[in-house]
Design a binder for this molecule. Structure first.
Ligand SMILES: NC(=O)c1ccc[n+]([C@@H]2O[C@H](COP(=O)([O-])OP(=O)(O)OC[C@H]3O[C@@H](n4cnc5c(N)ncnc54)[C@H](OP(=O)(O)O)[C@@H]3O)[C@@H](O)[C@H]2O)c1
Length: 255
């Protein structure tokens, strides 16, 4: 797609952005004109993603960050501000789902890992990012939750509950962030064809599932999510905050 200039001069961080949904969001925000900081756990993947986007003429840099590590989170925000002069947009995309299965089979260590990454790390990153975004006079924060957070799910178990908590967090953060001139919105994707969800879209029942459970008749692709984020962080969404937007091809959702 053609490069737009709506985010020219803005600095954005996207966590977990070397593959899948995060990569598509990072690419789109860079195409919209922002400088985008790419990050994930593995340096090799960060370097490869940066190289790929730079080769397309996009304005990106990379910082390794395992969101589960407090020192990495601190470094991600501090280094971005030091190197790019500030922060305007923060996209919290990293999450884990170590097991699939009935929720009552969740062990304590799995529960802790899910909530430490998907909720605690997400919250403290947002807190630190907001402090920096306020210094620039305001900006935008995006969380990546899931339709699983709306509907719960027998097989997504504790992961889905952590995603429900993120939906609540969107609402809880609105008043304080609004007073800092920061908008926060959350996207809640359905099944998007990435490595993370391979077990669903590569399963023998996948074709049947697409036809019978998704009104639009197809699984999503990462770009379906990137477009929504591009809108939410743009001035076109200047009066929109606290929303949890489902991107799921018409699958019904209600808390
Ligand atoms: N795909 C779906 O169907 C779907 C549906 C609803 C919601 N979501 C949500 O969308 C988000 C992205 O998922 P995806 O489907 O795009 O996954 P993906 O394609 O598997 O990509 C995962 C990315 O996360 C990075 N990563 C993994 N653990 C990390 C950590 N602890 N800290 C920092 N980076 C980490 C990976 O790089 P490294 O290996 O280098 O760390 C990679 O860049 C997640 O929040 C997920 O819950 C996905």
């Amino acid at each position: 797609m053609a490069t737009k200039t709506g985010l020219k001069g803005k600095v954005a961080i996207v966590t977990a952005s070397t593959a899948g949904i995060g990569f598509a969001i990072a690419k789109r925000l860079a195409q919209d004109g922002a400088h985008v900081v790419i990050s994930s756990r593995k340096k090799q993947k960060v370097d490869a993603a940066v190289q790929e986007l730079k080769a397309e003429g996009l304005n990106v840099s990379g910082i390794v960050c395992h969101v589960g590590k407090a020192e990495d989170r601190k470094k991600l925000i501090e280094q971005t501000v030091k190197e790019q002069g500030g922060l305007d947009i923060f996209v919290s995309n990293a999450a884990v789902n170590p097991t699939m299965g009935p929720i009552l089979e969740t062990t304590e260590s799995v529960w802790d890992k899910i909530f430490d990454t998907n909720l605690k790390a997400n919250f403290f990153l947002i807190k630190d990012a907001a402090e920096q975004i306020e210094k620039r006079g305001g900006g935008s924060i995006i969380q990546v939750s899931s339709i699983g957070g709306f509907i719960g799910d027998e097989f997504l178990g504790a992961y889905a509950v952590s995603k429900t908590a993120m939906i609540g967090l969107t609402k809880a953060l609105v008043p304080q962030l609004a007073s800092m001139n920061i908008r926060i919105n959350t996207i809640c994707p359905g099944v998007i064809k990435t490595r993370f969800s391979e077990a669903l879209w590569k399963s023998p029942m996948a074709e049947e599932m697409e036809k019978t459970t998704i009104p639009m008749g197809r699984f999503g692709v990462s770009e379906d999510c990137a477009g929504a984020v591009s809108f939410f962080v743009s001035d076109d969404a200047s009066y929109i905050t606290g929303e949890n937007m489902v991107i799921a091809g018409g699958v019904k959702s209600r808390l």
